[in-house]
Design a protein around this ligand. Structure first.
Ligand code: NAG
Length: 358
């Protein structure tokens, strides 16, 4: 009987184990089904999300497209360019042969600090590495830091050297090169002056008159910038508007020593919807945006040597940020841009490629 009981028990265990096994199988099946359901739901959700992202992307692209279509035509053809016949452009073609770089992309963006008003300018002297802060769009005070690091570490503008200038600067068009500050002064409506200020000596060394026909600003999205000075390692450039009826941005090459104007071009790039611009190797890159700030982009390129054509320099989008650029200053030593965006000081690193020399 003991044996019987044992067999009986074994039978019982067997049945039990079989039942557990079946239950486990059922449970597994159930879980598998639930998992599959979840997976498919997740898949649908993912697909929905992807769809939504793609839609947002498409709408964004469409908006960009519409903006491009509705903005005044960027990059007029070469025949539209008016070159001042008093000057000889051959000289410059030779001058820029060594400078063979063209921007191919924006590699990275670094938000360094937030100081001052929504609009302003900051720049780094390519020679001395000193950093200069122009808070707002006019004033007679500028702040000088010994380095970008000093600026980023200091609370606000404490720790800077405060420089008081003899004349107010106007707009976000100032440039610093080799311890000289070049800035725009405008006392009455018409006369535009470029002032050269010795930052070490603390005195004005030159003032050049720049006759314009009527009050006009160079970038429609930053009307405070009556004219914009740019340094590109080749020298000093002035971007300006001759009159309100002239739709394009004009470019003048200036002698950084004497402030003499050496040559003048019509860039063919419209002032309308322009936000800022900068010059690299004798090529002007004009940055456009919309009144309700969206994505800044280089949408018009003008090369004084006619080497860089707009097809070679495609639309270049800036990474999405807060507002719009009040200024963009190029540093030729570091191939980066110093941008002021809604009170944020930003550095954009650029990637370069060689110009296709013809
Ligand atoms: C910048 O200018 C604004 C407006 O004038 C002023 O309120 C602010 O204190 C200034 N900031 C610095 C750091 O100078």
């Amino acid at each position: 009987s003991t044996c019987f009981t044992l067999l009986d028990r074994m039978q019982f265990w067997h049945e039990q184990s079989h039942r557990y096994h079946t239950e486990l199988q059922d449970f597994k099946k159930l879980t598998a089904e639930t998992m599959a359901g979840l997976r498919s739901e997740h898949g649908t959700l993912s697909k929905d999300l992807e769809g939504a992202a793609a839609q947002v992307d498409r709408v964004e692209r469409e908006m960009d497209y519409v903006e491009i279509q509705t903005s005044p035509r960027a990059c007029a053809n070469k025949a539209d360019r008016v070159v001042d016949s008093h000057f000889n452009s051959v000289k410059y073609s030779r001058l820029y042969v060594d400078c063979v770089e063209i921007i191919s992309g924006i590699r990275s963006v670094k938000i360094l600090k937030r100081v001052g008003s929504p609009k302003g300018t900051w720049t780094r002297d390519p020679r001395s590495s000193k950093v200069y802060i122009f808070n707002g769009t006019s004033g007679d005070i500028i702040y000088q830091f010994n380095s970008v690091l000093d600026f980023s570490r200091s609370p606000g503008v404490t720790g800077s050297r405060q420089i008081r200038l003899p004349f107010d600067w106007r707009g976000a068009g100032s440039a610093v090169y080799n311890d000289y500050l070049y800035y725009i002064k405008q006392e009455d409506e018409i006369d535009l002056q470029v002032v050269k200020y010795d930052l070490l000596g603390g005195s004005v060394t030159d003032v050049a008159m720049f006759p314009v026909e009527s009050r006009a600003t160079v970038y429609s999205l930053n009307p405070e910038t009556v004219a914009d000075l740019a340094v590109d390692g080749e020298g000093l450039w002035l971007l300006y508007a001759t009159s309100d009826s002239e739709p394009n941005i004009n470019l003048a090459k200036m002698d950084p020593d004497t402030l003499d104007i050496e040559q003048i071009w019509d860039t063919g790039c419209p002032r309308e919807n322009a936000e800022a611009s900068f010059v690299v190797c004798g090529t002007v890159y004009v940055v456009y945006n919309t009144r309700l700030a969206s994505r800044s982009r280089v949408q018009c390129v003008f090369d004084v040597n006619d080497v860089v054509i707009s097809e070679e320099a495609p639309l270049l989008y800036f990474p999405r940020r807060y507002g719009a650029h009040a200024s963009l200053k190029y540093n030729p030593e570091e191939t980066q841009l110093y941008g002021w965006d809604d009170g944020y000081q930003i550095v954009y690193r650029l990637t370069m490629k060689r110009k296709l020399l013809v």
